[in-house]
Design a protein around this ligand. Structure first.
Ligand SMILES: [Zn+2]
Length: 450
């Protein structure tokens, strides 16, 4: 299969150039101002005049819910939502059911994805206090990393940020990337009890950022950074939600050379505590959406390269699981289809350049995780690409969601740009609003450490 994209504004590695791009099989064969073809009829030709071609988004934080929680989402449905949102590769978290705590369970997820996923994939190995030896068997060249993300739901003691003695053991024995959810659950519990005494189970949801407070985030992140520095470990802190935490990170090295990197999620750059009044539990996330200062401070930290990457933390729940009292409504929401759109809107508001979007959602993610031959538009690299019409407005409605759960906290939102086409390994998988192809994605591979 051969495809040529003509006259695209190619957004890549800090600049934009108008060029043709030729894909042959799964690779980018050539990029040049004009590519002449000996037998043009043998190629699919796309006129991309006036449109922007980005490297496919690599979303390093999703919960696609398979196996075990497929009433919320599955690898087929959520990977469709991913490619509709310009995401060509994803990394999935271990709080599926059963939790991904053995190498066998981990490999089972890879087999499922091979059969079902339209996007490229990697799966994190889960780690908790019971499976250290098993987690240490993880192969860093075929698995993106080790994490505790989401595992605290099943075990009060699960969040590793509150167990420095365990982390000492883990950090002592691995150079593999460890990605951690960073909140202090002791502080959260005390805050919760204080408001529970006042309100019972019907705590107003706008108190969520005071329960899962700045202090809870800051103290955990401070401790994790100190610990990783002592051990010279490869630590990636997930979904940073406060300005105070962002200030703990430095911009002294490019992401590839940093030992400690940080991620921010689209929703923490988009919503603030003002939105609880009209969206309620729909924007209940862990860590919580904080205030305007935090939202602005996170964007500043991203632009100053203290925070390195943007992810979705796509975590769908059935609509009914998001209703009821504050205590009952589950944290998390579906975001993978719209996180690139949120960043594009920040571009239209003059807050972010197109080049920065490619850097934070593709290049840096490839560098942080040392992904092989993806994340950049380069000859010889895999052809993972997204073609965007900057000025083609549309509105989020239940009809244009690909999520199995069928709802979005962004319903009704109007976006200025439209994702026209998404290519995964040279296959046109998403084309003007529809899934175009059932070709499956590939397993991500990683460079050797050191
Ligand atoms: Zn998560």
């Amino acid at each position: 299969m051969k495809t040529i994209i003509r006259n695209a504004h190619i957004v890549n590695e800090g600049c934009m150039q108008i060029a043709d791009l030729l894909m042959v099989c799964d690779r980018i064969e050539k990029i040049a101002p004009f590519i002449s073809l000996p037998q043009p009829q043998k190629y699919m030709e796309i006129n991309a005049e006036g449109k922007c071609l980005f490297p496919g988004v690599i979303d390093s934080h999703v919960h696609f819910r398979e196996p075990g929680l497929t009433h919320k989402g599955d690898l087929s449905s959520e990977s469709k939502a991913a490619v509709a949102g310009g995401v060509t590769s994803f990394m999935d978290m271990p709080n599926t059911y059963p939790n991904t705590l053995t190498q066998n369970l981990l490999e089972e997820k890879y087999s499922l994805a091979q059969q079902k996923s339209l996007a490229n994939y990697s799966f994190f190995m889960g780690v908790n206090k019971t499976n250290l030896e098993e987690a240490l068997k993880t192969d860093p060249e075929t698995v993106c990393g080790i994490t505790d993300d989401g595992l605290y739901f099943n075990d009060q003691e699960g969040i590793l940020a509150s167990h420095p003695e365990f982390l000492e053991h883990l950090f002592n024995r691995t150079q593999t990337l460890v990605a951690l959810h960073s909140e202090n659950d002791g502080i959260i519990r005390a805050n919760y009890l204080k408001y529970y005494e006042q309100y019972g189970e019907d705590i107003p949801v706008n108190l969520h950022p005071l329960i899962r407070s700045e202090e809870a985030c800051l103290s955990a992140t401070q401790n994790l950074i100190n610990l990783a520095k002592r051990h010279q470990n490869r630590l990636h802190i997930l979904h940073i939600s406060t300005q105070a935490e962002a200030e703990l990170f430095d911009a002294l090295h490019p992401p590839r050379e940093k030992r400690i990197t940080g991620e921010v999620c689209g929703h923490h750059l988009w919503f603030s505590d003002k939105d609880y009044d009209h969206l309620g539990n729909k924007i209940k996330w862990n860590p919580a959406i904080k205030n305007e200062n935090d939202k602005n401070g996170l964007l500043t930290a991203l632009l100053e390269s203290r925070i390195d990457s943007v992810a979705s933390d796509h975590a769908p729940h059935a609509a009914k699981e998001k209703t009821g009292s504050y205590k009952k409504a589950l944290p998390g929401g579906p975001m993978v289809q719209h996180t690139l759109y949120l960043m594009m809107e920040l571009y239209h508001k003059g807050l972010l350049t197109l080049e920065k979007i490619a850097e934070k959602m593709s290049h840096n993610v490839a560098d942080i995780y040392r992904i092989r031959e993806r994340g950049y538009i380069r000859e010889g690299y895999h052809a993972d690409l997204v073609l965007i019409d900057l000025y083609r407005p549309w509105q989020v409605t239940p009809n244009n969601l690909f999520y199995k759960c069928g709802w979005s906290p962004l319903s009704g939102e109007r976006f200025t740009s439209t994702i026209m086409q998404t290519f995964v390994n040279g296959n046109l998988v998403f084309d003007r609003g529809k899934i175009a192809n059932s070709a499956k994605g590939k397993r991500l591979l990683f460079e050797k450490i050191g």
